[in-house]
Structures are given as C-alpha cells and as structure tokens.
Write a protein that binds this ligand. Structure first.
Ligand code: MTE
Ligand code: MO
Length: 288
C-alpha cells in the first residue's frame, strides 16, 4: 500500500489502497495505520469487544459473546419504496456488484467515546443509483433485523423494535456514506453489525445502523428508534457537534478508546469540509 498517497487523498475520494487492501497489512503496518488527521487506528480487539448493539445487550462488553452464534448467512436486503427498480440484494450482490471502497473513519458515540475504524464496503450512493429513486424520494429509511429468537435483547420491551434510522437523500448520496461489509479486510463480526451496516462518520454512532434488512426510499422524514423512544433526547440529524450538549452528556470532549487523556470533539467529527454545505440554513443548535 502506498501510505503517502493514502494519507494525502484522505477521505475525499476512493482510497487507492493496493489489491490486498487492509487485509494485506502486516501487524506493524496495521498498528501504523492512521486517518487523514493523523489519528491512529483503534485496536481490532477493542473495535470488536466494546460495542453498542442493543438487540443483543445494553452492556457493551457483553455484546461480543451474546452475538457470537448470530447467523448472517443467508441474508438479504430489500430495497424498495420510491424507486424505479426495487430489488433484493444478498451479500454477494453487494460485495461483488459494486466497487469496493476502504476507508479509515473516526466513529464518535453520543456517550462521548470514540474509535478509529478501517472499514470496507461500498458507497451507498452506488446502490441508490442502481435502484433509481424517483423525484418524490426525499429520505432513506433503514431497518435492522427484527427476530427475537436470534436477537435476545429484543425480548425486552424497553425499545420500539426494530431499530430504524434515516438520512436525507443528500446525506445518503454523500461520498463519505458507506454500506460497510468488513473491518480490517475481514467480514464484519456480528457485534459490529454483520453482515451489512451503515457508516455515516460525521454523525453520532447511533445513526450508523447495524444488520440492515431493508432500505426504503420515502417522502416523509423517518422516525428513528431513538426519536420514538426518547424524543427529548434524540433528533433526526444528530451531527457531531461539540457546542450542543445532549441532555445527559456534554459533547465538548471525548475519550478515544485506547487513549489516556480526553480530546476535544471536532465539529462534524472533523468532516466539516466535506459535509457542512449539506446544512446551510439548518439550525445546528437543534441537533437532538
Ligand atoms: N441495529 C443497531 N444499530 C446500532 C446500534 C444498535 O444498538 N442497534 N447502536 C448504535 C450505536 S449507539 C453505536 S455507537 C454504533 C456502535 O458501532 P460499533 O459497535 O460497531 O462500534 O452502532 C450503532 N448502530
Ligand atoms: Mo452510540
């Protein structure tokens, strides 16, 4: 891999990693891997053992074990709603039918911790191009699997399952927005949202919905699980914003997993140059 080229190109374009990509990195090169700001990638063991995935558990360190036997094959994603070509895509359709992209992104949870993760996947915009949204489509609605027998956390009535999230068309078509199928060049582990999850790096982590079974193009703004369960705490946009506190957590700083000291949180999680134009005219103070 040409690391200099990788760093220079940053996240703006499809990164020119070699054919082997993240999977081909030696452990020394993996430890050296950085994002475009120079931040070091989080260890694979931390990425895969400290997880928010309420369908399995609300305890972050329990998710890995509770999801270990989760079957992600066969799997299909239904893409329908306001589109000219609705379709059903299995994992191979997604991995083989579109250009593979590999990106190192910061991920910032609203609980004020963060990681840096080397994702593999496809640009969501490419899938949308294929299904051809009609001119009525204004939002994209994403739905996770709902199956109490396979996801024990769904037996608890504390949340309005299934997990649902949404994006505007512009957010969904933005080149940073991915449908991820892997981390470190390996297929996603269940705890990270196998086999396919959304990744929107400038928004709080809860927008990056895991284990997706449905993508629907709609006219009205989708009601997410978090908007339904805590309307006073969670809003639709949820862009990372150090100046707007969540009712329970200040967002001014964060704990990067693996670091000792806290760091300041960056507006749009450091992706402002790429995304701030999407929010001209939006009152960023009303983020939750
Ligand atoms: N379906 C589903 N998606 C989800 C969640 C969840 O509980 N269920 N948690 C979200 C939250 S709060 C975060 S911070 C990220 C965590 O992703 P990771 O465990 O891969 O780091 O997933 C998000 N996607
Ligand atoms: Mo989160």
């Amino acid at each position: 891999m040409d690391r200099r080229k990788f760093l220079k190109k940053g996240v703006a374009t499809v990164i020119g990693v070699s054919a082997t990509g993240f999977a081909g990195l030696s452990s020394a090169a993996r430890a050296d891997l950085k994002d475009e700001l120079g931040d070091t990638v989080t260890s694979y063991s931390a990425i895969t053992s400290y997880n928010n995935f309420y369908e399995f558990s609300t305890n972050k360190t329990e998710v890995k074990e509770l999801s270990a036997d989760f079957k992600t094959y066969p799997w299909s994603i239904k893409v329908d709603g306001l589109v000219k070509n609705p379709g059903i895509f299995d994992l191979d359709d997604i991995r083989r039918g579109f250009d593979k992209v590999e990106r190192v992104y910061r991920m910032r949870c609203v609980e004020a911790w963060s990681m840096v993760i080397p994702w593999e996947g496809i640009a969501l915009s490419e899938l949308l191009k294929k299904v051809e949204p009609t001119s009525d489509a204004r939002y994209v609605r994403f739905v996770s699997l709902y199956d109490k027998n396979r996801m024990p956390g769904q037996k608890s009535g504390s949340f309005p399952w299934p997990y649902v999230e949404g994006l505007t068309m512009d957010e969904a078509r933005h080149p940073l927005t991915l449908l991820a199928t892997g981390i470190d060049g390996k297929p996603l582990k269940p705890q990270n949202g196998a086999p396919v999850r959304l990744v929107v790096p400038w928004k709080y982590g809860f927008k990056s919905i895991k284990s997706i079974v449905k993508i629907e193009l709609v006219k009205e703004k989708p009601q997410s699980l978090w908007m339904q369960s805590g309307p006073s705490e969670y809003g639709f946009y949820a862009n990372v914003n150090p100046n707007v506190s969540h009712p329970r957590w200040s967002q001014a700083s964060e704990r990067r997993i693996g670091d000792f000291l806290r760091r300041k949180t960056l507006m749009f999680n450091g992706y402002g140059k790429q995304v701030s134009s999407l929010y001209k005219g939006l009152d960023l103070k009303r983020n939750f």
